[in-house]
Design a binder for this molecule. Structure first.
Ligand SMILES: [Zn+2]
Ligand SMILES: [Zn+2]
Ligand SMILES: [Zn+2]
Length: 727
């Protein structure tokens, strides 16, 4: 029977080859009608005898990159005299459509890239309906070429023909470009490759910002880059040509392979051994590795050879945002790089590389950005719209719209004017793109954070959310947890409700409130914030708590300020107490002689983690009450250990102690669901052992999966709690 259907499709359905796929299906089922993008997604009208078959195929086989959240179907009056099916002009009305994320270059495009007969042969900006830049080049929705950075590049005849040809892979590919009509690099890749080979540092404009690229195998150039970037110890990431090259230096299982080769192409932390790892990731057993994700990267390996290993790092001054502007690149990078290579298409939105680590066969985010933003996180129900400004470090922002939460890419540490500019820009751009007016603004409880002050200036009701409550709530929101749960948050620093310094907290979530149950035994932080930079101070703090101050001077002769810090500890001057788990890791690292000064955030803990071979439990290593877990006996034991034994005992015992404490509370509260979050939950031996203990005891354990457990995920928890309060 002849029928006409009007179908509304919502979700991530633009920039993913949706309309071309609808066109093909309409052809297959001999239907007439049209499809168009709107501010809300895609609208389709189909008419013919096989409309139901069309509908069920579309439901079963949507385009690979699409994410349909909702589909409405209504039967409408048939139209006389319609001859064919067409893709028609988009509606520019703002609505609820979603921006697609950037996608690594696909296999089909790679084949053409290296096919001498293809008109895209060696063209560095080749893309198609299924791959290429999206989020980083889109100004606004609907996703049409004129709303992207490609607007300045009129298509040549060949590209226009492909664009209009329903049988082409580039039918309605908005970013279609070729050497005749598309963006151009300022220097040939062959030349760039030659300079890299000669030991030069090249600044290269990539997908989401400028990157510094050098030959990772040449220690002299790596050291030169470290000096230029004032980044002496911090690990760099490397890019390898293909999976075969990676498998030569690292053990790969299915999940690691899947992460490495996913269309998001994150940096994956791998236990790798190769001669260059010592200067790329000093004193660490993990190396950040990624596979090429743009045609430019593939072309580099084409000229450099598959055995080349590239150091790839964001091109910016220490602590500053990723550079996307060409003029700024020339101003800031000429002292760091030997050459700057640009192209004549602007980057609309900066987006860093994403970083993941695989723990217990699951990928955990260290940083969530390219490839994953702006994909929303689905919430359990529709909530009032909230803008959440995140924390001070690893800042991201979150905006809720209906039953979805949109979390921005990594913005950075809010401690300099440039990053603050990026924060403001992101807020404005995202509110615009999502077309919502938030009812309230959520922020951290810390009165001095820039984000807290900004929240107050935005002219809307504000909701301050305690740091660790937000960590817990982020996991609750992500996993759509509906029942009460315990939250163990292990972290560096969060401002408590009485202004105290917290970071090792046990909480109970019962919507919409979070109750504080207990904390790690607080330790004095000699010199306050300085103690976070200098783990040796925490080592001394532990010795003082153990009443072993006489040990101090013997152990810390290498620290010129040891005597002064000892005096502070004795007089309890400038020694605020803190339950921070991060500082406990610092203390252990220093007492074992592993790391006394953090040259980058988390260094002491990361180096300690790298030493773990097989965690060991010291059964008499802890004491606990309901409200406090005290691991001082464990710390006393470390004084007699070598570094590897100590690392094993520290991680094994801490995990067992935390599980024991959790189990006590699980029995007490009749709650058997446990959430683990906070920056320490990227520690593999700790998480693996803690999860195993909890599961053995019958508890269910959840960790963040869509956002990092660190402060990069904080904003979602702020938004969730603020939204619940407003309801
Ligand atoms: Zn492609
Ligand atoms: Zn062209
Ligand atoms: Zn935190």
């Amino acid at each position: 029977m002849m029928q006409r259907l009007r179908i509304g499709v919502h979700g991530c359905v633009q920039g993913v080859g949706f309309r071309p796929q609808v066109y093909q299906l309409a052809q297959r089922y001999r239907l007439t009608g049209w499809v168009k993008n709107t501010g809300d997604g895609v609208v389709i009208e189909v008419q013919g005898v096989q409309t139901q078959a069309f509908l069920s195929t579309l439901r079963r086989q949507p385009p690979r990159l699409a994410n349909i959240t909702d589909m409405t179907v209504e039967s409408i009056v048939t139209v006389e005299g319609e001859a064919d099916f067409q893709i028609i002009m988009s509606d520019a009305t703002p609505g609820s459509a979603q921006m697609p994320a950037d996608v690594a270059v696909c296999e089909d495009c790679l084949r053409e890239l290296f096919d001498p007969d293809s008109r895209f042969y060696l063209y560095p900006f080749i893309n198609c309906t299924h791959c290429g830049p999206r989020y980083s080049i889109i100004h606004r929705l609907p996703y049409d070429r004129q709303h992207t950075a490609m607007a300045a590049f009129p298509m040549c005849d060949a590209c226009l023909t492909d664009y209009r040809n329903p049988h082409s892979r580039r039918y309605h590919a908005q970013a279609i470009a070729c050497a005749r009509c598309g963006p151009q690099l300022s220097l040939s890749i062959e030349q760039v490759a030659r300079q890299i080979q000669a030991g030069q540092i090249m600044a290269l404009k990539s997908l989401g910002g400028y990157q510094l690229i050098a030959d990772a195998r040449q220690s002299t150039v790596v050291n030169r880059l470290r000096h230029h970037k004032q980044r002496m110890d911090k690990p760099f990431a490397v890019m390898m040509a293909n999976m075969a090259a990676v498998s030569q230096v690292a053990e790969l299982d299915d999940i690691k392979r899947q992460q490495l080769s996913s269309e998001q192409r994150p940096i994956v932390l791998l236990q790798a051994s190769a001669p260059y790892t010592t200067h790329i990731a000093p004193e660490l057993n993990r190396l950040g590795v990624m596979l090429p994700y743009t045609p430019v990267h593939h072309l580099l390996f084409h000229y450099l050879g598959d055995d080349c290993v590239l150091l790839v790092t964001s091109a910016n001054d220490k602590g500053q945002p990723l550079i996307i502007d060409d003029d700024q690149a020339h101003l800031q990078l000429h002292s760091i790089a030997d050459g700057i290579v640009s192209y004549n298409r602007p980057i609309v939105s900066r987006v860093d590389d994403s970083v993941v680590k695989v723990i217990d066969e699951r990928a955990i985010f260290i940083r969530r950005a390219r490839g994953f933003v702006p994909d929303p996180i689905e919430l359990s129900h529709t909530v009032p719209s909230v803008l959440a400004l995140g924390g001070h470090l690893k800042n991201t922002i979150c905006i809720t719209r209906d039953n979805e939460a949109f979390v921005s890419p990594h913005i950075g540490d809010i401690d300099n004017a440039q990053t603050i500019d990026v924060l403001h820009d992101t807020i404005e751009r995202w509110l615009n793109y999502l077309a919502v007016t938030p009812e309230c603004v959520a922020c951290d409880l810390h009165p001095d954070f820039y984000t807290t002050q900004l929240a107050r200036q935005l002219g809307k009701p504000t909701q301050a959310v305690q740091h660790h409550h937000a960590h817990l709530a982020a996991v609750v929101a992500e996993h759509q947890i509906q029942q009460p749960c315990l939250g163990l948050i292990l972290d560096g620093y969060g401002y408590g409700e009485q202004g105290e310094a917290l970071g090792g907290e046990l909480l109970l979530y019962q919507a919409p409130t979070v109750e504080h149950l207990g904390c790690l035994r607080p330790l004095p932080l000699p010199g306050g914030a300085q103690a976070a930079k200098e783990p040796w101070r925490m080592g001394m703090s532990v010795l003082q708590q153990l009443d072993k101050l006489t040990d101090v001077l013997a152990r810390y002769t290498h620290q010129p300020l040891a005597a002064q810090v000892m005096a502070l500890l004795q007089q309890q001057l400038y020694c605020p107490p803190s339950s921070s788990a991060g500082r406990l890791f610092d203390a252990a690292s220093s007492l074992l002689g592993v790391c006394h000064v953090n040259r980058y955030e988390g260094q002491a803990a990361m180096r300690l983690e790298s030493l773990v071979t097989e965690p060991v439990v010291l059964t008499e290593g802890w004491r606990r009450t309901l409200t406090q877990l005290d691991v001082l006996p464990l710390m006393a034991h470390l004084l007699h250990c070598d570094s590897v034994t100590g690392a094993n005992v520290f991680h094994g015992t801490l995990a067992a102690a935390l599980a024991d404490w959790l189990l006590l509370w699980a029995r007490q509260s009749c709650v058997n669901l446990v959430v683990l979050a906070g920056g320490c939950m990227v520690n593999q031996p700790l998480v693996t052992a803690l999860r195993a203990h909890c599961q053995q005891a019958g508890l269910t354990v959840l960790l963040p999966e869509r956002l990092p457990p660190n402060d990069g995920g904080l904003c979602l928890g702020q938004a969730w709690l603020a939204a619940l309060k407003r309801q």
